[in-house]
Design a protein around this ligand. Sequence first.
Ligand code: IPD
Ligand code: CA
Ligand code: CA
Length: 269
Amino acid sequence: MTNLQIFLDIATEAALSAGVVLQDYLGKVEDAITEKGRPGDLVTAADKASEKVILEIINRHFPQHSILAEESGKLGNQTSEYLWAIDPLDGTTNYAHQYPCFAVSIGLFIQGVPKVGVIYDPFHNELFRAAAGLGATRNRRPIKVSQTSELSKSLLVTGFAYDRRETKDNNYAEFCHLTHLTQGVRRGGSASLDLAYVACGRVDGYWERGIAPWDIAAGIILVQEAGGQVTAYNGGDLQIDSGRILATNGYIHNSLSQKLMQISPLSAW
Ligand code: IPD
Ligand code: CA
Ligand code: CA
């Protein structure tokens, strides 16, 4: 078994265990919802309990690796070439409202490159997995991106960061324009599932600003292994800390990239 397969299997064990925690807490967190600083940026007891379970499993198997977890920050050996990026509950706002669109997201960077990704939606029992060179799957069956090649026939998905009330670079103009130019733009509320849905062809493209490494680490490799493309808005190399991502089926990549560059000068990088 290759190392990547081992990492994939341990990430799967962690994601499935965390998924059980999320299902257990669902509908029971009303008293334990707080804001993390910005209005609307919620954290619940479920986020914390889920992260605890994931950290225990990753630390037990890979004590020498480094970790970036949404609720705990940087942990472990920060000089390691292995970095686990963990979102224990992606879609907290949905979760707090019992809107069934949330997931656990666990990605592994090796020397800064996304290599392994597991996204688990416990409500719908959908497990998305990928590792570099090993393909992408949904519930253990291979998945591919869609073949839509015209923006006018595409369905897109995006999101709005928690700083949207404080900045003009809030993605509203992009959302409106692209709603006119396509068959529709969805706002799912879980970046990792947005990427998983690009990977399995339910949507043709996804873009977002203000996004964190733990939101997208797993989804990047999933889209790439499903045959899609992941870049910066301008089509150049993705900078993981830039907060911006463009992920598509590849066929609409250039046209969506061009539109994003035209629509918002603030987003032109
Ligand atoms: C959020 C979701 C949402 C995206 C936000 C993220 P959280 O993550 O992924 O779709 O639009 O930018 O912060 O806070 O639910 O883990
Ligand atoms: Ca998130
Ligand atoms: Ca989260």
